[in-house]
Design a protein around this ligand. Structure first.
Ligand SMILES: Cc1cc2nc3c(=O)[nH]c(=O)nc-3n(C[C@H](O)[C@H](O)[C@H](O)COP(=O)(O)O)c2cc1C
Length: 196
């Protein structure tokens, strides 16, 4: 099973990157997975060389291919201007609209204020609804005060991570958990709908 973490922060150090890494690591503790990470602090300058998918160069295409090939996405963003970052939106604008159908997605965000935690429900979840992806019910939101030196230090957020990962496994077909296997529905359904 291929897990791909995507951090939408465009700077380092990054609380969002840390949270995404923590979630990916928590999944890896429960199942045999192949884990990878896209950090937009590196990837955004590559992706912005293209304004459309047909303009992607080899490096940009490899990033988008990794997104389209993942069985499970862990997508995190800092809240910027009450939404997810423009860099993250650009990445998803380059993803084929059929490619993520049925894929499982864990959503995470970090922000300066707890008041913007619902960005996850009002902005972030609908993006994956567009793709026909299956977002897990539990989201992970942390504010700056939940970190010490960019490392998560609030047990309540750690508990949310554990719950989100438990949700994910509830939503995965049993065969997807077998070592090295990818459940066909996670991959093939999107291709079949192309003809419709
Ligand atoms: C350009 C910019 C816009 C921001 N807008 C918001 C916002 O609207 N709401 C909020 O709660 N925090 C906002 N923040 C704070 C960041 O979301 C917060 O510091 C976040 O944890 C940064 O994540 P990072 O460490 O992964 O970059 C903003 C920060 C920046 C740089």
């Amino acid at each position: 099973m291929k897990i791909l973490g995507i951090s939408g922060s465009v700077k380092r150090p990054s609380r969002t990157l840390h949270i995404v890494e923590r979630i990916v690591a928590a999944i890896g503790q429960t199942a045999d997975v192949e884990a990878d990470l896209i950090d937009l602090a590196d990837a955004a300058p590559v992706l912005f060389r293209a304004l459309r998918a047909d303009q992607l160069d080899e490096a940009g295409r490899a990033i988008i291919d990794a997104v389209e090939a993942a069985d499970v996405l862990v997508v995190g963003s800092p809240v910027y201007r009450a939404s997810y970052t423009g860099a993250l939106k650009h990445l998803f604008d380059l993803v084929d609209f059929r490619a993520l159908q049925g894929r499982r997605v864990i959503l995470a965000a970090t922000g300066g204020t707890p008041l913007h935690g619902l960005m996850l429900e009002h902005q972030f979840r609908p993006l994956f609804g567009f793709f026909g992806a299956v977002t897990v019910p539990t989201t992970v939101y942390a504010v700056e005060a939940d970190f010490t030196e960019y490392t998560l230090s609030n047990p309540a957020v750690e508990a949310r991570i554990a719950r989100a990962v438990a949700d994910l496994f509830d939503l995965l077909p049993a065969t997807a958990l077998a070592a090295g296997e990818t459940h066909p529905t996670l991959r093939v359904v999107a291709r079949e709908t192309v003809a419709n």
